[in-house]
Design a protein around this ligand. Structure first.
Ligand SMILES: [Mg+2]
Length: 200
Protein backbone atom coordinates (compact mmCIF):
# COMPACT_ATOMS: atom_id res chain seq x y z
CA UNK A 1 0.00 0.00 0.00
CA UNK A 2 1.15 3.51 -0.64
CA UNK A 3 0.38 6.99 0.62
CA UNK A 4 -2.96 8.10 1.93
CA UNK A 5 -3.84 9.78 5.18
CA UNK A 6 -4.79 7.32 7.87
CA UNK A 7 -8.09 7.78 9.59
CA UNK A 8 -8.21 6.73 13.22
CA UNK A 9 -11.91 6.15 13.51
CA UNK A 10 -13.90 6.39 10.31
CA UNK A 11 -17.18 5.90 12.12
CA UNK A 12 -17.12 9.36 13.69
CA UNK A 13 -16.53 11.31 10.48
CA UNK A 14 -19.71 13.17 9.51
CA UNK A 15 -21.20 11.91 6.26
CA UNK A 16 -20.69 15.25 4.51
CA UNK A 17 -16.95 15.01 5.08
CA UNK A 18 -16.53 11.43 3.96
CA UNK A 19 -14.56 10.90 0.80
CA UNK A 20 -15.37 9.19 -2.46
CA UNK A 21 -13.03 6.89 -4.34
CA UNK A 22 -12.77 5.18 -7.68
CA UNK A 23 -11.62 1.60 -7.28
CA UNK A 24 -9.50 0.56 -10.23
CA UNK A 25 -8.59 -2.80 -11.63
CA UNK A 26 -5.04 -2.84 -13.04
CA UNK A 27 -4.51 -5.17 -16.01
CA UNK A 28 -6.68 -4.42 -19.00
CA UNK A 29 -8.12 -1.34 -17.27
CA UNK A 30 -5.19 0.99 -16.51
CA UNK A 31 -2.37 -0.80 -18.30
CA UNK A 32 -2.28 -3.18 -21.24
CA UNK A 33 -2.95 -6.76 -20.08
CA UNK A 34 0.21 -8.67 -20.97
CA UNK A 35 -0.77 -11.84 -19.09
CA UNK A 36 1.24 -12.29 -15.90
CA UNK A 37 3.15 -9.07 -16.36
CA UNK A 38 6.00 -8.99 -13.86
CA UNK A 39 8.61 -6.58 -15.19
CA UNK A 40 8.49 -2.79 -14.80
CA UNK A 41 9.58 -2.29 -18.40
CA UNK A 42 6.43 -4.11 -19.54
CA UNK A 43 4.18 -1.42 -18.03
CA UNK A 44 2.22 0.26 -20.81
CA UNK A 45 -0.60 2.57 -19.80
CA UNK A 46 -3.65 2.46 -22.04
CA UNK A 47 -3.71 5.83 -23.86
CA UNK A 48 -5.49 8.60 -22.00
CA UNK A 49 -5.60 6.67 -18.73
CA UNK A 50 -3.31 8.79 -16.58
CA UNK A 51 -4.99 11.97 -17.77
CA UNK A 52 -8.37 10.44 -16.89
CA UNK A 53 -7.14 9.54 -13.42
CA UNK A 54 -5.94 13.12 -13.04
CA UNK A 55 -9.41 14.44 -13.82
CA UNK A 56 -10.95 12.15 -11.22
CA UNK A 57 -8.37 13.20 -8.64
CA UNK A 58 -8.94 16.86 -9.41
CA UNK A 59 -12.64 16.32 -8.78
CA UNK A 60 -11.82 14.97 -5.32
CA UNK A 61 -11.86 11.23 -5.91
CA UNK A 62 -9.29 9.09 -4.16
CA UNK A 63 -7.74 6.55 -6.51
CA UNK A 64 -7.52 3.02 -5.13
CA UNK A 65 -6.08 0.18 -7.22
CA UNK A 66 -7.34 -3.31 -6.40
CA UNK A 67 -5.62 -6.10 -8.29
CA UNK A 68 -5.67 -9.89 -8.29
CA UNK A 69 -2.15 -11.16 -8.98
CA UNK A 70 -2.53 -14.91 -9.03
CA UNK A 71 0.88 -15.18 -10.70
CA UNK A 72 2.30 -14.85 -7.20
CA UNK A 73 0.30 -17.78 -5.85
CA UNK A 74 1.12 -19.80 -8.95
CA UNK A 75 4.84 -19.19 -8.36
CA UNK A 76 5.40 -17.23 -11.59
CA UNK A 77 6.71 -14.13 -9.81
CA UNK A 78 6.92 -12.54 -6.36
CA UNK A 79 5.14 -9.78 -4.49
CA UNK A 80 8.36 -7.78 -4.80
CA UNK A 81 8.10 -8.06 -8.59
CA UNK A 82 4.56 -6.72 -8.40
CA UNK A 83 5.66 -3.85 -6.18
CA UNK A 84 8.35 -2.91 -8.71
CA UNK A 85 5.68 -2.83 -11.40
CA UNK A 86 3.57 -0.57 -9.23
CA UNK A 87 6.54 1.68 -8.51
CA UNK A 88 7.01 2.09 -12.27
CA UNK A 89 3.35 2.96 -12.65
CA UNK A 90 3.68 5.51 -9.84
CA UNK A 91 6.63 7.19 -11.55
CA UNK A 92 4.71 7.61 -14.80
CA UNK A 93 1.66 8.88 -12.93
CA UNK A 94 3.65 11.27 -10.78
CA UNK A 95 4.98 12.95 -13.92
CA UNK A 96 1.40 14.08 -14.50
CA UNK A 97 0.75 14.83 -10.82
CA UNK A 98 -1.38 11.75 -10.14
CA UNK A 99 -1.03 9.15 -7.39
CA UNK A 100 -2.89 6.28 -5.78
CA UNK A 101 -4.27 6.74 -2.27
CA UNK A 102 -3.85 3.01 -1.73
CA UNK A 103 -3.04 -0.19 -3.59
CA UNK A 104 -4.39 -3.60 -2.62
CA UNK A 105 -2.95 -6.82 -4.04
CA UNK A 106 -4.48 -10.29 -3.73
CA UNK A 107 -1.56 -12.68 -4.31
CA UNK A 108 -3.41 -15.98 -4.21
CA UNK A 109 -4.20 -18.36 -7.04
CA UNK A 110 -7.94 -18.88 -7.57
CA UNK A 111 -7.92 -22.23 -5.73
CA UNK A 112 -6.15 -20.85 -2.66
CA UNK A 113 -7.88 -19.33 0.37
CA UNK A 114 -7.73 -15.55 0.07
CA UNK A 115 -8.39 -12.57 2.28
CA UNK A 116 -9.39 -10.16 -0.44
CA UNK A 117 -9.22 -11.68 -3.92
CA UNK A 118 -11.88 -10.13 -6.16
CA UNK A 119 -14.84 -10.56 -6.33
CA UNK A 120 -14.48 -10.29 -2.56
CA UNK A 121 -15.37 -6.76 -1.43
CA UNK A 122 -12.93 -7.02 1.48
CA UNK A 123 -10.28 -4.61 0.14
CA UNK A 124 -12.96 -2.06 -0.63
CA UNK A 125 -14.17 -2.33 2.95
CA UNK A 126 -10.58 -1.96 4.16
CA UNK A 127 -10.14 1.15 2.00
CA UNK A 128 -13.42 2.54 3.32
CA UNK A 129 -12.15 2.21 6.87
CA UNK A 130 -8.63 3.45 6.10
CA UNK A 131 -9.57 6.44 3.94
CA UNK A 132 -12.95 7.32 5.44
CA UNK A 133 -14.88 6.52 2.28
CA UNK A 134 -18.58 6.65 1.66
CA UNK A 135 -18.99 3.52 -0.49
CA UNK A 136 -22.27 4.60 -2.00
CA UNK A 137 -20.43 7.56 -3.56
CA UNK A 138 -17.65 5.31 -4.89
CA UNK A 139 -17.26 3.53 -8.23
CA UNK A 140 -15.54 0.33 -9.37
CA UNK A 141 -13.94 0.17 -12.81
CA UNK A 142 -12.64 -3.01 -14.43
CA UNK A 143 -12.48 -5.21 -17.50
CA UNK A 144 -13.71 -8.49 -16.01
CA UNK A 145 -16.96 -9.78 -14.64
CA UNK A 146 -15.38 -10.23 -11.22
CA UNK A 147 -14.54 -6.51 -11.14
CA UNK A 148 -18.19 -5.65 -11.64
CA UNK A 149 -19.17 -8.13 -8.94
CA UNK A 150 -16.64 -6.62 -6.55
CA UNK A 151 -18.30 -3.23 -6.84
CA UNK A 152 -21.75 -4.71 -6.42
CA UNK A 153 -20.64 -6.82 -3.46
CA UNK A 154 -19.21 -3.75 -1.72
CA UNK A 155 -22.22 -1.55 -2.38
CA UNK A 156 -20.49 1.01 -4.58
CA UNK A 157 -22.68 3.45 -6.48
CA UNK A 158 -21.97 1.82 -9.85
CA UNK A 159 -19.68 -0.75 -11.46
CA UNK A 160 -18.23 0.22 -14.83
CA UNK A 161 -16.94 -2.19 -17.46
CA UNK A 162 -14.28 -0.89 -19.85
CA UNK A 163 -14.04 -2.41 -23.33
CA UNK A 164 -10.23 -2.57 -23.07
CA UNK A 165 -8.53 -5.77 -21.89
CA UNK A 166 -11.14 -8.54 -21.60
CA UNK A 167 -14.00 -6.06 -21.44
CA UNK A 168 -15.33 -6.37 -24.96
CA UNK A 169 -15.58 -10.15 -24.58
CA UNK A 170 -17.25 -9.79 -21.19
CA UNK A 171 -19.79 -7.44 -22.71
CA UNK A 172 -20.50 -9.90 -25.53
CA UNK A 173 -20.92 -12.79 -23.10
CA UNK A 174 -22.79 -10.85 -20.45
CA UNK A 175 -26.22 -10.87 -22.00
CA UNK A 176 -28.95 -10.12 -19.52
CA UNK A 177 -26.58 -10.65 -16.64
CA UNK A 178 -24.95 -7.28 -17.09
CA UNK A 179 -27.43 -5.92 -14.53
CA UNK A 180 -26.66 -2.32 -13.77
CA UNK A 181 -23.14 -2.29 -15.21
CA UNK A 182 -22.17 0.82 -17.11
CA UNK A 183 -20.22 -0.13 -20.24
CA UNK A 184 -17.74 2.39 -21.65
CA UNK A 185 -14.90 2.23 -24.16
CA UNK A 186 -11.97 2.83 -21.85
CA UNK A 187 -10.75 4.50 -18.66
CA UNK A 188 -10.99 7.95 -20.22
CA UNK A 189 -14.67 7.35 -20.99
CA UNK A 190 -15.18 5.88 -17.53
CA UNK A 191 -13.86 9.06 -15.94
CA UNK A 192 -16.13 11.23 -18.07
CA UNK A 193 -19.12 9.09 -17.13
CA UNK A 194 -18.30 9.21 -13.42
CA UNK A 195 -17.79 12.97 -13.42
CA UNK A 196 -21.24 13.40 -14.94
CA UNK A 197 -22.91 10.92 -12.60
CA UNK A 198 -21.32 11.75 -9.27
CA UNK A 199 -23.22 13.30 -6.42
CA UNK A 200 -22.04 16.75 -5.52
MG1 LIG B 1 -8.28 -6.73 -15.44
Amino acid sequence: MVGGARVGCAAVIPRVLRAAAVFLDRDGTLIVDKSYLSKPEEVEFIPGTIEALGKLASAGFRLVMVTNQSGIGRGYFTLEDVERVHARMAVEMRALGVSFAAIYVAPEAPDQPSYGRKPSPQFLFDARDRLGLDLDRCYMVGDKWLDLETGWNAGTRRSLLVRTGHGRQVEANGGGNMRSAVVVDDMAAAAEWILTDRLE
